[in-house]
Design a protein around this ligand. Structure first.
Ligand code: SF4
Length: 277
């Protein structure tokens, strides 16, 4: 994202007072030069800011002050940790990732993150290591709390369960393992009407690095843009985010990933478990 695009995001926040949250994501958004100016500008405007953090970024040389920066600006940290065991985390995220992740969580805890009364939110994200749906969010949260607390002295606020979407890297894995059809059937057979009411595309807009607008991150990955009058929309084609209200949402087969079982979004499960097949 260029500095100009970053400034356009801030202008849009200024002209859209009903937007309460700026949610920053990417492989490691903190390493981008626009990250800290965007965080400060959004906080000055009184908006809540979320950093989707891969944890290992906290130990990258030159980022020694990152955890303190996040704490000083009251940024909520949402961190990917697909399991509490080294084996499963490294099976999904690569070798050598587990210890730095635990170290990063301890560093955040030491600043008050995840501790009652600090106001510093630390939420963890679980997604299945394979072609199955996440288990019950509350039960998994309880397991995480017990295991991370006992083994590593780590505390956190909430665990968010997220379904693996059948796109990009996970789609390639399904293809390699000959599981595309079985996984799509699993999603379709567990369609949950209740989750549809809460899918995240109904309340958020995703802005890509070059300022184009999408209904969600997944549509951004699939290059399914948000359209108005047949034209793909970008930051410079709107004056306020209220102009997006009522526009149709671009959907596809991948949307079954958001509506299966308890549903799935950037904020975790969306509903009670559906009745299933
Ligand atoms: S994948 Fe589909 S249902 Fe899920 S948030 Fe995006 S547009 Fe909505």
């Amino acid at each position: 994202m260029s500095e100009e695009t970053g400034r356009a995001v801030v202008r849009l926040l200024e002209s859209s007072p009903s937007v309460a949250t700026l949610d920053l994501t990417g492989g490691a958004p903190e390493l981008h030069e626009v990250f800290r100016p965007l965080v400060k500008a959004a906080r000055r405007l009184g908006r809540h800011v979320i950093d989707r953090c891969n944890l290992t970024v906290l130990s990258v040389p030159g980022q020694e002050d990152l955890a303190r920066f996040l704490a000083e600006n009251g940024v909520e940290v949402v961190a990917s940790l697909p399991c509490y065991t080294k084996e499963n985390v490294e099976a999904q995220r690569g070798r050598g990732v587990f210890e730095p992740s635990i170290e990063a969580l301890r560093r955040l805890n030491a600043l008050g993150y995840g501790r009652p009364g600090s106001g510093l939110l630390l939420n963890l994200v679980y997604n299945p290591v394979g072609a199955f749906l996440p288990g019950d969010q509350a039960e998994l949260e309880s397991d995480y709390r017990e295991e991370l607390g006992t083994r590593f002295g780590v505390v956190f606020n909430r665990l968010l369960t997220i379904t693996n979407m059948p796109i990009h890297r996970f789609a390639a894995q399904l293809e390699r393992e000959g599981q595309v059809e079985a996984y799509m059937s699993l999603l379709v057979n567990h369609f949950n009407e209740e989750a549809v009411l809460n899918v995240m595309c109904r309340s958020l807009v995703s802005v890509s690095w070059d300022g184009r607008l999408y209904d969600c991150d997944f549509n951004q990955m699939l290059d399914l843009p948000l359209m108005r009058h047949g034209l793909a929309m970008a930051l410079d084609s709107i004056g306020s985010l209220t102009e997006l209200e009522g526009l149709p949402i671009a959907t596809g087969e991948h949307c079954f990933g958001c509506t299966a079982g308890c549903g799935s979004s950037c904020g975790g499960a969306l509903a009670r478990e559906g009745r299933g097949p």
